[in-house]
Ligand binder design. Structure first.
Ligand SMILES: Cc1ncc(COP(=O)(O)O)c(C=O)c1O
Length: 364
């Protein structure tokens, strides 16, 4: 027996005991689970454009860190495109949203106390841990609690998401920015579930609320509504220069590969040229809201099914009816907050949405 075998199997056995063992499965059924909000991951128009573009490639991998020979004119061009698209002075590409949050918060934390919404994503929490800086949490979307934290720690860095990934609710961003101004604080916003989703242009909450100039850094991720992968940190040119020097998840890793850059280019071109998917997504959110009698702020809906066993059973029942949806179990969420995370898309049909709402009503 290998020395680590006991530890490996015991850790998984404990998960099993708590009904929370994770495993990999290929999804089957009508998609009410994925983050492919606009359907871009399977868009034939985008795939076609990408296929044309890669014909011209004479290089695949970036071949190294962008600081050590891995920089290509396509990185530069795409970062300029991203800056224009999301109205920021500068953009820095990273391989994923996880790495963007990790590296951004690790290096900004060097000079700040961090004050984070308690529901911020695991990547932001781990970025805070890596920074080694003092980290405080405020109750989810609770402005009074945030103000108390700021009063005790002026000049801190506030970390929030614009659309919270589990419940789909929005951050009161304009109010948070006002508090930041009062207490000389800075704000970092993770827009992972907001870009391609919110506002008439789908450019996220910061653009929708005209806060570009007020926010120190935005993280936009491309594995969700843009159907690809990768992420960018948006902010000033000064911020970008700082990140190129201090953001470890940018410095110590191979640059984004060229086919990936072209995939992103195709997705951005399609996004800029075609408003149809965004309109269809927003219409479906309104339709589902009517059907379930709740006003959803985003395409994410959390169907509360407390207990890991109950959440699993509900997901199995949905799957039996042809719907693919996943339970979110403790410890990913707090015990008692287990749920089915439902996600609406541009491509879901009215009939599918109606049937789903009907199943939910039967269990109300
Ligand atoms: C809020 C939030 N931020 C960041 C990430 C990480 O993004 P990526 O999947 O690009 O690593 C996720 C992914 O689930 C997320 O939900």
């Amino acid at each position: 027996m290998r020395p680590s075998e006991n530890f490996l199997s015991e850790a998984v056995r404990l998960r099993e005991e708590k009904n929370s063992r994770r495993s990999l499965r290929i999804p089957e059924g009508i998609d009410f689970y994925s983050n492919d909000y606009l359907g871009f991951a399977r868009s034939q128009a985008i795939i076609g454009s990408y296929q044309t573009k890669i014909q011209g490639l004479s290089q695949l991998g970036a071949t190294g860190s962008r600081l050590l020979g891995g920089q290509h004119s396509l990185h530069q061009a795409l970062e300029e495109r991203i800056s224009r698209l999301f109205r920021s002075e500068a953009a820095l590409l990273l391989s994923s949203g996880y790495l963007a949050n990790l590296g951004l918060i690790q290096c900004l934390g060097m000079d700040h106390t961090l004050i984070m919404d308690e529901l911020c994503h695991n990547s932001m929490r781990n970025g805070a841990k890596l920074s080694g800086s003092k980290t405080l949490f405020f109750r989810h979307n609770d402005l009074e609690h945030l103000e108390k934290r700021l009063r005790d720690n002026p000049g801190s860095l506030i970390l929030v998401e614009s659309v919270y990934s589990m419940d789909g609710d929005l951050s009161p961003l304009t109010d948070i920015v006002a508090l930041a101004r009062t207490y000389q604080a800075e704000v970092v916003v993770d827009e992972a579930h907001a870009i391609g989703v919110l506002g008439p242009e789908g450019k996220g909450l910061v653009v929708q609320e005209n806060l570009e100039a007020e926010i120190l850094a935005r993280v936009v991720t491309f594995g969700k509504a843009f159907g690809a992968e990768g992420a960018a940190i948006l902010g000033s040119s000064r911020l970008k220069k700082f990140l190129v020097n201090f953001c470890q998840s940018f410095i110590y890793t191979t640059g984004v590969s060229l086919p990936n850059l072209l995939m992103l280019e195709s997705a951005f071109e399609h996004f800029s040229a075609s408003p149809h998917e965004l309109k269809a997504l927003q219409a479906n959110v309104r339709y589902f809201s009517q059907e379930i009698g709740r006003d959803l702020a985003s395409p994410i809906f959390s169907w509360s099914t407390p207990g890991n066993a109950a959440a699993r059973a509900q997901a199995v029942e949905l799957q039996a009816q042809g719907f693919a949806a996943y339970p979110v179990l403790a410890p990913t969420v707090k015990q008692g907050s287990e749920r089915i995370r439902l996600v609406l898309h541009a491509f879901n049909t009215r009939e599918e949405i109606q049937t789903l709402a009907q199943i939910m009503r039967q269990h109300a």
